[in-house]
Design a protein around this ligand. Structure first.
Ligand code: SAM
Length: 249
């Protein structure tokens, strides 16, 4: 007799992640992906909501992130890992913070997400990538190397292991995938990261889930997922995205 497929579980809640993470059992999460505000000094707006990304300088930003990252470290399993999505505004300081909380010896990768779209500048090289910093909690962690199309003529039509530069387009304005949340990340990016860093049947936490891209990726990949966001609009959007892809909560 075939075993019944396990139903994927979701937990989506509104609130400051610092309060909500403390409700989770210690050492219960396999993989954390966070895409917090980046310290851009702006309020990001789109059709379905907005969020404020203004801090008292980079020091104020790090003071905001530090206690939240510390809570995240506590809920990771001993073999869990964390991937922090940031950009040039503060990636230099976020890496130092992660070294402090996890230990510099737990650093795994500095991934570059190269996204292409956007404008250019007459004064500096156009900024076309984000930074994703990956740390392990302990000395072991899950990794399934993603495969991407090979580009050399010799390997045409074959795949190769992805490098630390992820070449994935951002969501264009006309895309059906765009759901109206500012700074929404592409599903293809989150699918690659969740599949690579969270074991099948494991649990992913996104403490700044926005429109729920991480949870939608987890759903399609058979991982349980937990999403928190301080905005009620974000939480409503996450729930509706999960339901529209025939998912149970
Ligand atoms: C960059 S967006 C996340 C976008 C998301 N990755 C997506 O694909 O839609 C950052 C999110 O953090 C949320 N946020 C800001 N401060 C928060 C806090 N203290 N706790 C939880 N969520 C917070 C914002 O409401 C916003 O939705």
């Amino acid at each position: 007799m075939m075993a019944a497929a396990k139903r994927v579980q979701f937990d989506v809640r509104m609130g400051d992640c610092i309060d909500l993470i403390t409700t989770l059992a210690p050492a219960s999460i396999d993989f954390i992906y966070l895409d917090p505000p980046f310290n851009t000094g702006r309020t990001h707006k789109a059709a379905r909501g907005a969020f404020r990304d203004v801090f008292a300088g980079v020091d104020g930003y790090i003071a905001f992130l530090k206690p939240r990252i510390e809570c995240m470290q506590r809920v990771l399993k001993p073999e869990g890992s964390i991937l922090v999505h940031c950009d040039w505004h503060a990636s230099h300081r976020v890496r130092v913070l992660l070294d402090e909380v996890f230990g510099s010896e737990r650093f795994l990768n500095h991934l570059i997400w190269q996204y292409g779209l956007g404008g250019s500048s007459p004064r500096v090289f156009a900024r076309k990538h984000d930074d994703l910093l990956w740390y392990a909690k302990g000395t072991k962690w899950h990794f399934t190397p993603p495969r991407v199309p090979a580009t050399s003529r010799r390997m045409l039509g074959q795949t190769k292991k992805a490098t630390d530069v992820l070449d994935i387009p951002s969501i264009n304005n006309m895309s059906k995938e765009r759901c109206g949340w500012p700074t929404q990340k592409p599903l293809a990016l989150l699918e690659m990261l969740v599949e690579a860093c969270c074991p099948l049947g494991g649990t992913v936490l996104d403490p700044f889930c926005g429109s729920g891209t991480t949870l939608v990726a987890a759903q399609s990949l058979g991982r349980d997922a937990i999403g928190f966001d301080i905005s009620k609009d974000a939480v409503a959007l996450t729930k509706s995205r999960l339901q529209s892809t025939h998912c149970t909560e």
